[in-house]
Design a protein around this ligand. Sequence first.
Ligand code: BV8
Length: 238
Amino acid sequence: MAERAPSIVILTGAGISRESGLATFRDADGIWAKLRIEDVATPEAFARDPVRVHAFYNARRAQLRDAAVQPNAAHRALAELDARWPGELLLVTQNVDDLHDRAGSRRLLHMHGELMKARCLHCGAVRPWAQDLATATPCPACGRAGGMRPHVVWFGEMPLEMERIGEALEGCGLFVAIGTSAQVYPAAGFVAEVAGRARTVELNLEPSAATGHFDEAIHGPATELVPRFVEDLLRRWG
Ligand code: BV8
């Protein structure tokens, strides 16, 4: 009897969007080389200086609206895998950009939230938001001003849908990490959670902090590695 296609969990990070023109966080030209996490990516920073935090996210949201920023071959390969994989599959991204969504991935979860959404602190409503956001912006749901924030997960905040991620990790037979330096938890700890019961593969430009946990680590640009990896998977199981 043909072997069942394994359930796959894919974790992506900023490296998969690098070749679409979006900066990563920890590369030499990365976001944290110019700004401090404590100043722009924590709830304390937002309480202390909401104008500065909104400016940080408004600049990144404006970059996403730039027609030059498009999903690349790696995003598109993962969307094809999503469409054709006969088994269970979940793409968990740490990225807040919308390139996986625009590439067509459906079984997709943004564990650190989404840049193109805003959340109201007064009523909790989450709405699509592609333009600038300011504290004075009234919430489209409850009408109150002063409570709109980017719908992203800051340091010290709980990532989204952790239960659903835990279930997917529990049952997966293949775990693939793509374009992440494995410096941010809990995402960086996923590979250790599945090691021993799933085949684990790292596709990254260079070895990550967690490379030693992976059965296989292939290094190079995502737009080269990911289409080839997907092709091999679909040839065997598709
Ligand atoms: C939590 C959204 C607990 C916002 C992000 C002290 C106080 C509080 C918390 C902590 C603490 N100490 C430690 C922690 C935990 C903390 C943490 O891990 N800190 C680190 C810095 C030590 N984690 C948290 O706070 C998390 N929450 O722990 O909650 C809790 C428990 C109970 C109740 C309440 C709370 C929340 C973390 C989420 C923070 N938000 N982003 C925004 O985007 O502005 S994290 C941010 O880092 C992004 O999401 C990013 O995706 C993520 C990880 O970075 P990477 O994606 O890996 O990107 P990076 O640049 O690092 O690496 C890129 C890689 O790509 C490199 O390896 C490079 O080689 C490769 N690459 C480059 N080019 C290419 C490529 N690969 C392939 N092809 C290429 N072309």
